[in-house]
Design a protein around this ligand. Structure first.
Ligand SMILES: Cc1cc2nc3c(=O)[nH]c(=O)nc-3n(C[C@H](O)[C@H](O)[C@H](O)COP(=O)(O)O)c2cc1C
Length: 288
């Protein structure tokens, strides 16, 4: 399997139109292996969230287009993320699904996170849920098509998908009153870019990060104009798991062991819409 590197993180973009044709056998096998691997490896909180691979036959393509409100065309399958309505489980499933997204990207496949624009009832016809479980998200996958549809351009422009907040709005040093203007050191630069370029629901980029004494503290910043629980669970928790997977990927690239800590570091938060999610020691990330 191809490794995830910084260029994988930079290259990943949501793909909503796929080439209409089968996957190569080695890619089909890779998807199965990734799903099996994720179901053995819990996320950072060690919960029992799970992923399922739903392959799509040619006969089902039209129906699946309808199931995604026309948003997704010709995917070869969907990875379905299942968990309970619990923030730790949602972070874990966000983390594990994003690991699959990055590894498929590294192999040249396209993906798109869907939490809103898919009909949960249609997935329910093919996947059994246990008591208390929900579909947090589905990830259609396939080979990206060169041709972009009007619908796709419309979604991208309404979510302003190509835009990212500047570094000094997301990253701080010591506390929230000191924005980071520019990161020093290769490790830190990669870490910052990996969070900034991550996908997030409606591209809200709700991550805020404080760098302090060799530690990096990840926070959630809710926005007043965004209802993150409109499907009955907190979509932002998926965004948080995604950022954690990107931070881990950078540590893996630089050979740095990851250990997540969940105790609140006690940094004064700017407002009520913030919460501490997790922290990580980054002493040893290359600073040349
Ligand atoms: C948790 C989550 C849920 C998302 N749900 C949807 C969705 O329902 N429909 C959709 O078209 N895009 C969805 N997206 C994709 C985002 O709009 C996209 O990641 C963001 O605009 C950034 O664009 P990019 O992925 O091309 O970098 C979702 C992304 C995330 C992380």
């Amino acid at each position: 399997m191809l490794p995830v590197d910084i260029s994988t993180i930079k290259r990943r973009k949501s793909v909503r139109t796929f080439v209409n044709g089968p996957l190569q056998e080695d890619h089909r096998q890779m998807v199965d292996n990734l799903v099996a691997e994720k179901n053995e490896a819990p996320g950072p909180f060690g919960t029992s969230s799970r992923v399922i691979n739903l392959e799509i036959s040619d006969k089902e393509l039209d129906r699946m287009k309808v199931s995604t409100y026309g948003m997704i065309k010709s995917p070869r399958g969907f990875i379905v993320g299942v968990c309970r309505n619990d923030n730790k489980e949602l972070i874990d499933i966000g983390h594990n699904l994003e690991d699959i997204v990055l590894r498929l990207t590294a192999a040249g496949l396209g993906t798109c996170w869907l939490s809103g624009t898919f009909k949960r009832a249609d997935v329910l016809e093919r996947v059994d849920l246990a008591e208390g479980e929900l579909f947090a998200a589905v990830i259609p996958y396939g080979y990206p098509s060169e041709k972009k549809r009007f619908m796709e351009s419309l979604v991208k422009s309404s979510a302003r998908s190509h835009k990212r907040k500047p570094v000094d709005k997301l990253f701080f040093r010591g506390d929230f009153s000191t924005p980071v203007e520019e990161a020093e050191g290769r490790g830190l630069k990669d870490l910052i870019e990996s969070v900034r370029l991550a996908p997030s629901s409606m591209n809200k980029q709700p991550w805020r990060v404080v760098l302090d004494q060799g530690m990096v503290h990840l926070y959630l910043q809710r926005s007043a104009n965004y209802i993150s629980d409109r499907f009955g669970f907190d979509l932002h928790m998926l965004d948080m798991g995604i950022a954690m997977r990107h931070m881990e990927a950078v540590c893996d690239i630089h050979g740095h062991d990851v250990e997540w800590l969940f105790d609140d570091p006690g940094i004064v938060m700017r407002n009520d819409g913030m919460e501490h999610i997790a922290s990580m020691d980054i002493v040893g990330l290359p600073d040349d």
